[in-house]
Write a protein that binds this ligand. Sequence first.
Ligand code: MF3
Ligand code: CO
Ligand code: CO
Length: 273
Amino acid sequence: MNLIKDILLDSNHLNKDGIRIHTDSELLEMKLSCKLAAETLDMIGDYVEPGVSTDKINSLCHEFMLDNGAKPATLGYRGFPKSCCISINHVVCHGIPGPKILKESDILNIDVTCILNGWFGDSSRMYIAGTTSKKASRLIEVTYNALLRGIEVVKPGNTFGDIGEAIQKYVESKKMSVVRDFCGHGVGRSFHSAPNVLHFGEKNTGSLLEPGMFFTIEPMVNLGKPDTKILSDNWTAVTRDKSLSAQFEHTVAVTNSGVEVLTLSPQDKFFPF
Ligand code: MF3
Ligand code: CO
Ligand code: CO
């Protein structure tokens, strides 16, 4: 016979929807990995400027993670060849670093995932090479606010649908669109686990949020239509209508009282302007 408290303290506990519920000591370990992801994104900001190659940005992220005792989760993940994703302008996500040189006014998302002591910390932000247009700045602002709207409704008793609805309502009120083809995910001792965290949807639908859940919220927002396609490298996702796209990603934990954002910028550099 199991005591109820043993079930609650079981570090291997999945809830009825197959979502992992973590202990407080697991949260402490997870925080270290997420902090390193945030530090990596803080570090790389100083190097994003016209003339730099995305390969250079990739190497700097790679070295920084190794120097800090971590590994880049994306390297070799399902055949992904690099240590971060860099998605420029109309690239929605999963851009592969390479010889491409940043040019003045490019907007780009850099997405890093650290594996530190077995824990995955996942975050991404937008950066600007030099200065950009008003409409690109506006897209970045709306995408960041969309992430915040999603985070605001994270608390025990609310649902994953509440997160999706909050994000979608906000983005569409700004006459922009939410990408449907990619979503956030459970994260922790594995890179991608249950549930899928949709950035659109309806209130009061989907699984209930419970203390001890770890997941990402990572809305992708397009200036044009939401539709995407994958390029022939089998990774790079772009907007079908070639409109600009932006994304921000945080890893969060549900707590007894609400939410803790685990990938906040130690230097308060998460938002680029
Ligand atoms: N870090 C991405 C995410 O937010 C996943 C990248 S997988 C890769 O889930 F293979 F493209 F690197
Ligand atoms: Co993610
Ligand atoms: Co990511």
